[in-house]
Design a protein around this ligand. Structure first.
Ligand code: ADP
Ligand code: MG
Length: 705
C-alpha cells in the first residue's frame, strides 16, 4: 500500500531515530542514563554539543613535562607497587618512564588486575592527564587515558568535553556521541543558497562534525559559523512548523463582525472605571480584526492585573451583538469560576445570558447548558476544557478566548475554534514575553500588549531577606495575620528531596502550623485539582476557620486572584526565575491595599541571582523583566519552561541568536508563500528538517494536507 504523501520520515533519517541502545557500548543500563540526559533516540546525542575542550596534543619527554599541565606521554611501564594488603588508603603506584626521566602513576581504590592488564611491565603505553609534582617527583593521579602506542591518535588530540549527567562517564558519552555522528548522513540542503553563501555557512553534516570536534576556544562559541548554522536550522524548523500550523488556521476566511456597539456601551457605562489607553487600543485592534475578512488569531499579553478580563468581555460582546456566540476557556476549574464571577454582573446588566461549563457541571444542569449552547439561547459561556468535549455543540461560535494559554497545546486551541465556523480567536497570557520568545512560541501571530496598569495601583514593597532570618520572618507573618493580612508563603519543592537544603513546603507548613494552627493552609502540585481548588477557595473567600497563611508550591503562580492577599513570601528566591518571581509578586497588592514581597534567599548569591533579585527590587514592569530574564538566562528555562509550554531549544540560544530568530521567521513566511505544500526540491529538504527536529504538529499538518 502506498503511503500517503508526506506521511513517512525520510529514510535517510532512520539511523538517527534508532534507540540509543543501537549504539556500540550503550547497553540497557547506560541507555537509561543517556536517555535521562538526551532522550531515547540517537538524534538527541547529536544536539549535545561540547561545553569545553582539553588539548592533549602536547606530548613532551617526561623530564620536560611541566607540572600543572595536561600532557600526553609515551612511556615504558617499569614497576608496580600495590598498597600493603588490608590498607586501602595507600594508593596503587605504577612507575613509568622514558629515557629522560620517570613519572609515577597514582591510583586510589584501584582494582589490581585492571592495572596489571592496562599497564603490563615492560610495555610501552601512551598516558594522558594532568602532570603534578609531589615531593619533587613527577606524578599523574588517575590518568584520563591509558592506551597502547597504536592508539595514540585517539588520545593525542583536542578532546571535546561534554556536559555530563551523574553516573555517565565522559568516556562513555564521548563514545556514544561519536557513534551517533558516524550515523549522521549527508542531508539535502534546506537553506536558501544565497543566504547560506552570504553567511559562509557549511553544510549541515560538516557543521555538526566540526561543532563536535572543537579545535580551540573559538570553536566553542555559539556565534561561530558551525554553531550558528545548527542554531539556525533549529530555529527555522520551529518557525516553519509554526507557520504551517498558522496557515492551516488561516486557510479559511474569517467572517465579518461589527456589532452595533449597544451591549458594549451598556457595559462600559456600568464600569466603575475608565478603560486605560492600552485597553482601549487593544480593544480597537480586536474589533478591527473581527470586522475584517481575515480570520483573527491574536495574542493578548498583559501583566497580572493589567485588566485583560474586561477587554475579553467587551470583545466577546461584539460577537453577541452580531447575533453569534462567544466562549472563554480557562485552564483550571478555579480560574473558570473566577472569570465567571467577574463577568456575571456585567453580563446580567447587559441582559446577556452567561453560563459556566466545567467538568463539575453534571446532570440536568449540564444538559440544559448544552441545549442552550446548541440552540444559541446561551450566547456567552465560560469554562474549562469541558467546553471542547465531543458532545458540546454551539449554534454559532464566532469568537473564542483562551486564557493562560501556556497550559493549552496548539491542538486544544484549535479544538475550541473548531466548535464554530471560522471562529476568531484571542489568546490571553499573563506572562509577558520578549519579542524573540513570542516569535518562537507563536510565530507571526498578531499581538496586542496591555503595557499599562490601571491607575491607582500601589507598588509592591519588595525586599530581600537572608534566610538566616527565617524565624524572625515567621514571627512577623504571625503578627501580620493577627492584624488580618493574608499571606502566601511559596516554597520551591513539594517534599524533602536529596537536596536537603531545599525548603520543602510540607516541612515549612509543619513548622508554621505549630505556631499558628488552623490559620495555616497548604497547597501543592500533587494534590488533586478539586482538593487544591477547595483550599484556594477557603483562602480566597474568608471562610471562617479558613487559612490566612497559605504555604504553597508554585501552583499559585498562574492566574489565581485573591484581591485581599497582601504579603508574598518566597523562600529560596534565588532558585526561581525572574519572570516566575514577578508572577508570584503579582499575586499580592491587587485589591488597592499595599502589597509586600519578601524574597528569602540563601547566601552566597551568584552573580545572576544577585542581578535577578536586584531587578525585581527596581521595577514592576513585566515586559522589562521578561527582557532581562531572557538576557540573564538565555530563554531556555525562563518562565519555568515546563509549565509554560514554550519551546525549548537545544542548539539555539535565544539571547545570543535573537537576530537569527527574526531571519528564520521571515524565511519561513517566504517559504510558505511560495511553496506552502513543501513540494519543490527545497520544500522536500525542509520536510527532512521538520522530521529531524521532530516538529510533530507541523508533520501532522502536512500529512492531513
Ligand atoms: P488580569 O486578568 O489582566 O490580571 P484583571 O482583568 O483581573 O487583570 O483586572 C485586575 C483588576 O483591575 C480587576 O479588579 C479589574 O476590575 C480592575 N481593572 C481593570 N481595568 C481597569 C481600569 N481601566 N481601571 C481601573 N481598574 C481596572
Ligand atoms: Mg486574569
Amino acid at each position: 500500500m502506498a503511503a500517503p504523501k508526506g506521511s513517512l520520515r525520510p529514510e535517510v533519517l532512520n539511523p538517527l531515530f534508532a534507540k540509543v541502545t543501537a549504539l556500540k557500548g550503550i547497553g540497557p543500563r547506560l541507555a537509561k542514563l543517556v536517555e535521562k540526559l538526551l532522550g531515547d533516540k540517537v538524534v538527541g546525542l547529536l544536539w549535545h554539543l561540547p561545553a569545553g575542550l582539553i588539548d592533549r596534543r602536547f606530548s613532551p619527554k617526561v623530564s620536560d613535562a611541566p607540572p600543572g599541565e595536561v600532557v600526553t606521554l609515551t612511556v615504558e611501564v617499569l614497576a608496580h607497587s600495590p598498597p600493603p594488603p588490608g590498607n586501602r588508603r595507600v594508593p596503587y603506584r605504577v612507575t613509568c618512564g622514558d629515557e629522560t626521566g620517570r613519572v609515577v602513576l597514582v591510583f586510589f581504590h584501584a582494582k589490581d588486575d585492571y592495572l596489571e592488564n592496562a599497564l603490563p611491565i615492560g610495555e610501552t603505553r601512551v598516558i594522558s592527564g594532568k602532570l603534578e609534582l609531589f615531593d619533587g617527583r613527577r606524578q599523574m593521579t588517575h590518568p584520563d587515558h591509558i592506551v597502547s602506542i597504536t592508539d595514540i591518535a585517539l588520545v593525542k588530540r583536542v578532546e571535546p568535553v561534554y556536559p555530563l549527567t551523574a553516573g555517565l562517564s565522559a568516556k562513555v558519552l564521548d563514545k556514544a556521541i561519536h557513534g551517533a555522528l558516524e550515523r549522521a548522513p549527508a542531508l539535502p540542503e534546506w537553506l536558501d543558497a544565497e543566504f547560506k553563501k552570504q553567511r559562509g555557512w557549511p553544510d549541515w553534516r560538516s557543521a555538526l562534525t566540526t561543532a563536535h570536534a572543537p579545535a580551540d576556544q573559538e570553536a566553542l562559541s555559539p556565534l561561530n559559523i558551525d554553531r550558528s548554522r545548527l542554531a539556525y536550522d533549529e530555529l527555522l524548523s520551529n518557525q516553519l512548523a509554526l507557520s504551517l500550523v498558522r496557515m492551516k488556521t488561516r486557510k479559511r476566511r474569517g467572517r465579518v463582525f461589527t456589532g452595533n456597539g449597544k451591549l458594549r456601551a451598556q457595559v462600559m457605562a456600568a464600569l466603575p472605571y475608565k478603560l486605560t489607553a492600552a485597553q482601549a487600543r487593544t480593544l480597537a485592534e480586536i474589533a478591527a480584526d473581527m470586522g475584517s475578512e481575515n480570520r483573527m488569531l491574536r495574542l493578548l499579553q498583559g501583566d497580572v492585573g493589567s485588566g485583560k478580563t474586561v477587554v475579553a468581555l467587551l470583545a466577546m460582546l461584539i460577537a453577541v451583538e452580531a447575533g453569534s456566540q462567544a466562549a472563554l476557556m480557562a485552564p483550571t476549574e478555579l480560574l473558570a469560576h473566577q472569570h465567571f464571577e467577574n463577568l456575571k454582573p456585567f453580563a446580567t446588566m447587559a441582559g446577556v445570558r452567561l453560563e459556566i461549563l466545567t467538568g463539575r457541571v453534571k446532570g440536568a444542569v449540564r444538559a440544559e447548558i448544552m441545549e442552550g449552547l446548541a440552540t444559541g439561547k446561551i450566547p456567552l459561556v465560560v469554562g474549562t476544557h469541558a467546553l471542547v468535549q465531543k458532545d458540546v455543540e454551539f449554534a454559532d461560535l464566532a469568537f473564542a478566548v483562551i486564557d493562560e494559554q501556556h497550559r493549552f497545546g496548539v491542538e486544544q486551541r484549535l479544538e475550541l475554534a473548531n466548535k464554530g465556523r471560522d471562529t476568531d480567536m484571542l489568546v490571553m497570557t499573563a506572562t509577558p514575553i520578549p519579542r524573540t520568545l513570542a516569535l518562537t512560541a507563536y510565530g507571526d501571530m498578531d499581538s496586542s500588549r496591555l503595557d499599562e496598569k490601571p491607575p491607582g495601583r500601589k507598588p509592591v514593597d519588595t525586599r530581600t531577606v537572608n534566610l538566616e532570618r527565617l524565624h524572625e520572618t515567621m514571627d512577623a507573618m504571625g503578627r501580620a495575620i493577627q492584624k488580618g493580612a493574608k499571606v502566601y508563603w511559596v516554597c520551591p519543592l513539594i517534599e524533602e528531596s536529596e537536596l536537603i537544603d531545599l525548603a520543602a513546603a510540607e516541612d515549612r507548613y509543619a513548622m508554621l502550623k505549630v505556631r499558628y494552627g488552623s490559620d495555616v493552609g497548604l497547597i501543592h502540585g500533587r494534590m488533586k485539582p478539586a482538593e487544591r481548588d477547595s483550599v484556594m477557595e477557603a483562602f480566597a473567600s474568608n471562610t471562617i476557620g479558613g487559612p490566612k497563611l497559605l504555604v504553597a508550591t508554585t501552583v499559585i503562580e498562574v492566574g489565581v486572584d485573591v484581591p485581599d492577599a497582601t504579603i508574598m513570601v518566597v523562600e529560596h528566591a534565588e532558585r526561581f526565575g525572574l519572570s516566575q518571581l514577578h508572577q508570584l509578586r503579582g499575586r499580592v497588592g491587587r485589591g488597592g491595599k499595599e502589597g509586600t514581597c519578601l524574597l528569602l534567599y540563601a547566601p552566597p548569591l551568584g552573580e545572576t541571582a544577585k542581578a535577578r533579585l536586584s531587578i525585581l527590587r527596581q521595577t514592576e514592569d513585566g515586559f522589562l523583566i521578561a527582557e532581562e530574564d531572557l538576557r540573564l538566562r538565555g530563554g531556555g528555562e525562563m518562565l519555568g519552561t515546563r509549565q509554560s509550554g514554550l519551546p525549548e531549544f537545544k542548539l539555539a540560544n535565544l539571547s545570543l541568536h535573537a537576530d537569527l530568530v527574526a531571519i528564520a521567521s521571515d524565511d519561513a513566511q517566504l517559504i510558505i508563500a511560495r511553496d506552502s505544500e513543501l513540494q519543490t526540491p527545497r520544500g522536500q529538504a525542509l520536510r527532512t528538517l521538520l522530521y529531524l527536529f521532530e516538529q510533530d504538529d507541523a508533520i501532522r499538518m502536512l500529512r492531513s494536507g
